[in-house]
Design a protein around this ligand. Structure first.
Ligand SMILES: [Zn+2]
Ligand SMILES: [Zn+2]
Length: 304
């Protein structure tokens, strides 16, 4: 089975060995068998000082047809197995989203049952039941029913627009975010409210990771990173947004917070696709020890 690995070439550009192929942005997604055939690039990698070779161990943020993903839970599990992952997280959008959320608590329970059955069918991989929760009020309230929280293996939390507000105050706050977002206008008072709500949510719930912070609404990333560090909550390096996330990772780094790379796959084909995350990790020189689901690949050493 071809395990997906990524080859980082710090100088990018062209392979300087005999093949002279274009290497693109300095990242080559290779299956291990292809890597062996491509001895030329491997030699280049070994030659390049500071080159990294990283391996994905788990993708905790994937979507299915229960929200607006394209594949079933089983499709994502099969895709994760194909990629050689040790675990896959099924985290569809929380029920508070007006258009793409999971259809209520009943659907969440059905997902839980389906995952339970799939664990017997695929014992070789960890299948985690989770939600990508939405913040629905200024006090950090999320859209996952309290009684369901103990059943979750993983709780992701992220700002999304167009969620159902839990109070009148929340309605005006969410509407302000919507309009200011459209107008690309970021008043300080709104940023303060957004930051306070998400920080309260991180303190209030057992949040595993905050998804794509700073992307949908304006927040003070430094403050959030400090709270996440204190609570042991991870910040996500999401593979679906590329360079848009550079600024927040740069701001979060000095706070000592830990990161989680994820695909945010909405199709089974993208499960375990970390290319954009790795590009960011390389661009910003994020220390590998700060990313919880990556390992250095030692199989090359075993080969020698
Ligand atoms: Zn989505
Ligand atoms: Zn998502």
């Amino acid at each position: 089975m071809g395990v997906k690995t990524y080859l980082f070439l710090p100088d990018g550009g062209w392979c300087r060995r005999q093949c002279k192929q274009k290497i693109g942005e300095g990242i080559l997604p290779f299956t291990f068998s292809r890597l062996q055939k491509n001895a030329c690039h491997v030699a280049h990698y070994k030659q390049a000082r500071g080159g990294w070779r990283l391996r994905i161990t788990a993708d905790y943020h994937t979507h299915t047809v229960y929200s607006h993903g394209k594949g079933s839970i089983e499709d994502n599990v099969k895709a994760a197995l194909k990629r050689g992952l040790k675990a896959v997280g099924i985290c569809d959008h929380g029920p508070g989203h007006l258009f793409i959320g999971v259809r209520g608590e009943g659907a969440l329970r059905r997902m839980q049952e389906e995952i339970r059955a799939l664990r017997y069918k695929y014992p070789q991989i960890g299948i985690l039941f989770g939600v990508e929760a939405n913040i629905v009020d200024l006090d950090g309230k999320i859209d996952v029913p309290e009684n369901l929280l103990p059943a979750l293996d993983i709780l992701l939390l992220g700002y999304h627009k167009l969620v159902r507000p839990a109070s009148v105050r929340a309605f005006f706050w969410l509407a302000a975010n919507l309009f200011c977002g459209w107008l690309k206008f970021h008043p300080a008072w709104l940023r303060r409210l957004n930051t306070a709500a998400i920080c309260t949510a991180v303190r209030r719930y057992p949040v595993t990771a905050v998804t794509h912070p700073g992307l949908q609404v304006d927040i003070d990333t430094g403050k959030l990173a400090a709270v996440c560090r204190e609570r042991g909550t991870l910040l996500e390096i999401n593979s679906s947004y590329g360079e848009k996330l550079d600024e927040y990772v740069r701001t979060a780094l000095p706070h000592g917070v830990f990161f989680l790379c994820s695909s945010d796959a909405h199709t089974p084909e993208r499960v375990g696709d970390f290319a954009a995350s790795f590009a960011l990790v390389r661009r910003l020189q994020v220390p590998r020890g700060r990313i919880v689901n990556l390992q250095e690949d030692d199989r090359e050493k075993q080969q020698e």
